[in-house]
Design a protein around this ligand. Sequence first.
Ligand SMILES: [Zn+2]
Length: 222
Amino acid sequence: MNDIIKAHCNRCQGERNQEVLHSEEFSWEEKLDDGYPISGTDIYEMLKCCGCDSIILRHTEWFSGNMDSEGKLYPVFHFYPPAISRPEPPWLHELNTILDEEKEFIYDLMKEIYSSLHNNSRRVATMGIRALLEHIMINKVGDRGSFSKNIDALGAEGLISLSQEELLKTILEAGHATIHRAYSPTTEDLHTCMDIAESIVASIYIHPDKANKLKKKIPKRQ
Ligand SMILES: [Zn+2]
């Protein structure tokens, strides 16, 4: 029977029991230029989630330089694919269609944004969110010369609500600050931006389609 350990599962979204299918361990030792010795052990484990059968690789890094305030060594964990704290929305795959280039582009860009989120590349993710929203605005209402005019036009066309207009301004400002003013968003800020971006993408590209499909299914009044 293989060992069972606790580790994060992306599909189950949390700590789960994981079966260790295979494990490899390497130790190393080196002397720095001044003769000071450093050493470490790398452990690679292939894990299978006992809840959903997903398979991941966990790399545990023990390094002589990683010591807490009491002089105790602590391990650093790396997961492949990376541990995901934010799952992609279930409707995302609906955008992945070669029959609609615009939706396909939004899908590809969103996949890249999630990938930077999962790698904790917060600035790149924020810039990506801004680029995504700018693209949507210009594609839907044309370029009116400034963000606030583009946002107003999007609202005037009924594509977003009044409260979404305000939120959109906040995200575009966060993106601008990241690019031009060395602003680094916290994970929480980023999740807020992503919540807003997802709601705007869903209300422009997903809900109208669903409403149309539903309309076709409802029998007409006699
Ligand atoms: Zn799982």
